[in-house]
Design a protein around this ligand. Structure first.
Ligand code: SF4
Ligand code: SF4
Ligand code: SF4
Length: 205
């Protein structure tokens, strides 16, 4: 088998990328996953509308997913423009299909796009727009989350029946990578994912 065919065999197929992207609930994460996987694999760089378009689309999608400074409607317009240029000018079906996927994804929910432009990810998948927090009313102080967290992001002391004072469990946001492992082990459903912006609004009331 030639080197080229070996590379082709190792590369992810566009339809597999699409299936994996569609597992994401958040439309920004869906488009970003597709574009990043396309760039890492099937995109060959032989024509500009596809290669430059995909590269710029990735930058715009990252801006939206992280709610970076001055992110606004112009980022959405640019993504739609990129998508249609890719559909028109790409040399092959892979570029055209990617352009189509970008447009279809971004137009699937105007409400969800507007929420992202205000810094809220309603599906709680954009990790820069969410926080993991422990509800002290539900926490039974078992310590399982602390044992599981690889990033040393949780503080607290296990409740011991013969001791009265203890440190409540809490997640240090600066250390938390939003990996989600603590939620899986919590027996009391005491760990919640909140959207940062909503939290700010609630606490300012
Ligand atoms: S459209 Fe096809 S030929 Fe052009 S860069 Fe994309 S994958 Fe390569
Ligand atoms: S989400 Fe991950 S990093 Fe954050 S506290 Fe839970 S286990 Fe630790
Ligand atoms: S795993 Fe859940 S109940 Fe146990 S200490 Fe952590 S947050 Fe509290």
């Amino acid at each position: 088998m030639s080197e080229e065919s070996l590379i082709e065999e190792k590369e992810k197929k566009l339809e597999d990328i699409r299936k994996e992207a569609e597992e994401k609930a958040c439309l920004v994460q869906r488009a970003l996953y597709y574009v990043e996987e396309f760039l890492a694999g099937p995109m060959c760089g032989r024509c500009y509308p596809c290669s430059l378009g995909t590269y710029e689309a990735r930058i715009r999608l990252i801006r939206i997913s992280q709610h970076l400074e001055n992110v606004n409607e112009s980022d959405i317009k640019a993504l739609k423009r990129i998508g249609s240029k890719m559909m028109e000018g790409s040399f092959c079906k892979k570029g055209k299909d990617t352009g189509k996927f970008i447009i279809e994804t971004l137009t699937s929910s105007e409400e969800e796009i507007n929420q992202h432009l205000s810094g809220i990810c309603p599906k709680k998948e954009c990790i820069n727009l969410i926080e993991y927090v422990i509800n002290p009313e539900l926490c039974i102080m078992c310590g399982k989350c602390l044992e599981t967290c690889k990033y040393d992001a949780i503080i607290g002391e296990k409740r011991e029946p013969y001791l009265s004072g203890y440190l409540p469990f809490e997640i240090r946001q600066k250390r938390c990578t939003r990996c989600g492992e603590c939620i899986k082990v919590c027996p009391a459903e005491a760990i919640e994912v909140i959207t940062t912006k909503i939290e700010e609004l609630v606490s300012s009331k």
